[in-house]
Write a protein that binds this ligand. Structure first.
Ligand code: NAP
Ligand code: MG
Length: 482
């Protein structure tokens, strides 16, 4: 059994205290590489969740009145502490999520960067002053914090999905309650402790791990002090949360599921396309909302592309993420692993050819071998669902219009990737693709300085850049005469 790199007390974090859950109820967090228990974490009840919203409400007036420069400096300190401790945080991420160590280190650094970015944005909250066209008055627009915000995050980036919300919320002057995914609550608790050390006042960031997510989140959404819900997770849960946020007309930001197409035109630099495909597919072992989910290769190069990709995928070293030489860790849990295996089996039944992998290795933990399928039937379920695993299905196409039509044939619209040597075509296709983000001759697009988010059923709103702080601000208009 691997030990955590530092002690992470399992209590809730409410109002600056470590608070046991109602009746001291706890749940187990395990290591997906072995199935062993890592730790016990307190299981928040609905009353615990309401108490956390009370704490956030109590802290709001003082935090929102704290000068932006001071808020920014606390966030800057959080960036420095998280950066100093990135290696230890990466170990926690590996142990509860399973991802490979290089991916976890990348996430730890990425998650810290949101505090640096939003420490700088805290002092750039703008407004405007204009003349009414009639000349009768002035129009003043100011921005004010939305208020108490509920943050609900997934297990696939347990640090970064939390800090991408906490950092802009705090920069804007909001206070928060974070409900982390029940597979990965330890990283969130560790981040909250670092924030307290950085000087975030009591009650500004509260954390309520919970196994009964539905009722616990509902208790917070119906609390009269709650003003906002920022959610990252599946489209299915996002849809349901929008309905449950409707009775109180809560301000909602939604980062939902994806089904990213990866298009390779025959005029692309094939080596660069394969490098990009490896990044877009295999970061986080494929457990990413922006993971390339469907590969479309122009017919004349489809076989060569599949072959080169298969070679690279088959060469990846699979094993527990805690050993830094491993490149692919286990999936997060047994259910996820089984779902990936079933999607592959169905595609193969439908005529797809296995070019690499498609195996459940004979070892402990929830591993699946990196897989490439070619000649995948365009109607296969594997092309419609988020695979969320190390599997690359390849389909061939003949014309640019066909590639765009295939790419857009989905309810999702988060990310897309395309490789071409013709920049005019690259920009034309980028504009035609219905997604919030496009990687043009790039397989890696995440950046705190860029607007991250989706169209269609992949979400509402953007995180990162200046847009991210606007999600936690409301505009007030003052009609003034003087
Ligand atoms: P999920 O099942 O939707 O869960 C996300 C969060 O919602 C978790 O904290 C979960 O808690 C909670 N939750 C689940 N059911 C709930 C309910 N009925 N009411 C209230 N809360 C509920 O998603 P996931 O499996 O953790 O994460 C994978 C998904 O996230 C994928 O679809 C991926 O594309 C998406 N994602 C999107 C982005 C983006 O930026 N667009 C980024 C990362 C991931 P429990 O853990 O207790 O179930
Ligand atoms: Mg686990």
């Amino acid at each position: 059994m691997t030990a955590l790199p530092f002690d992470i007390p399992g209590e809730l974090r409410v109002g600056g205290e470590r608070t046991p859950a109602d009746g001291n109820e706890q749940f187990v967090v395990d290591d997906p590489a072995t199935g062993d228990t890592l730790s016990q974490v307190h299981n928040a009840s609905e009353d615990d969740a309401r108490a956390a919203v009370d704490a956030a409400a109590d802290a709001l007036a003082s935090w929102s009145a704290t000068p932006p420069r001071e808020r920014g400096e606390i966030l800057r300190r959080a960036f420095e502490l998280l950066t100093e401790r990135a290696d230890d945080l990466a170990k926690v991420i590996v142990l509860e999520n399973g991802k490979a160590m290089p991916d976890a280190r990348g996430e730890a650094v990425y998650s810290a960067e949101f505090f640096r970015w939003f420490s700088e944005e805290a002092v750039r909250i703008d407004g405007s002053l204009t003349h009414a066209p009639s000349g009768a008055n002035r129009i003043i627009a100011i921005r004010q914090p939305v208020g108490v915000s509920i943050l609900v995050t997934p297990w696939n980036f347990p640090a970064a999905m939390a800090t991408r919300k906490i950092a802009p919320a705090l920069a804007a002057g909001c206070t928060v309650v974070l409900k982390p995914a029940s597979d990965t609550p330890l990283t969130a608790l560790a981040v909250a402790d670092v924030l307290a050390e950085a000087g975030v006042p009591d009650g500004v960031v509260n954390v309520v791990p919970a196994r009964r997510s539905g009722p616990v989140v509902d208790a917070m959404l119906s609390h009269p002090a709650t003003r906002k819900l920022s959610f990252t997770g599946s489209t299915e849960v996002g849809r349901s949360l929008l309905e449950r946020a409707a009775p109180r007309v809560l301000n909602c930001s939604m980062e939902l599921g994806g089904n990213a197409p990866f298009i390779v035109f025959a005029d692309a630099d094939l080596e660069a396309a394969v490098d990009g495909a490896m990044l877009a597919k295999m970061r986080n072992g494929g457990e990413s909302c922006i993971a390339a989910n469907r590969f479309y290769a122009e017919a004349s190069i489809a076989d060569e592309f599949s072959g080169r990709l298969a070679q690279r995928m088959a060469a990846m070293k699979v094993g527990p993420g805690i050993d830094p030489s491993n490149e692919v860790g286990p999936l997060v849990n047994e259910k996820s692993r089984d779902e990936v295996a079933e999607l592959v089996a169905a595609a193969v039944d439908g005529g797809a050819k296995v070019r690499a992998g498609a195996e459940v290795p004979d070892r402990r933990g929830w591993f699946y071998t990196p897989t490439v399928l070619s000649e995948v039937d365009p109607g296969s379920a594997i092309l419609e669902h988020e695979i969320f695993g190390p599997v690359a299905p390849v389909v061939s196409f003949s014309t640019e219009d066909e590639a765009v039509a295939l790419a857009n044939d989905t309810e999702f619209g988060l990310a897309a990737y395309l490789y071409t040597g013709d920049l005019a075509r690259g920009l034309r296709v980028s504009e035609a693709i219905e997604t919030g983000m496009v990687g043009l001759n790039r397989g890696f697009i995440s950046d705190p300085a860029a607007p991250f988010g989706g169209v269609k059923q992949s979400g509402l709103g953007r995180e990162g850049v200046h847009d991210g702080i606007l999600e936690f601000l409301e505009t007030k208009y003052i009609a003034a005469s003087w």
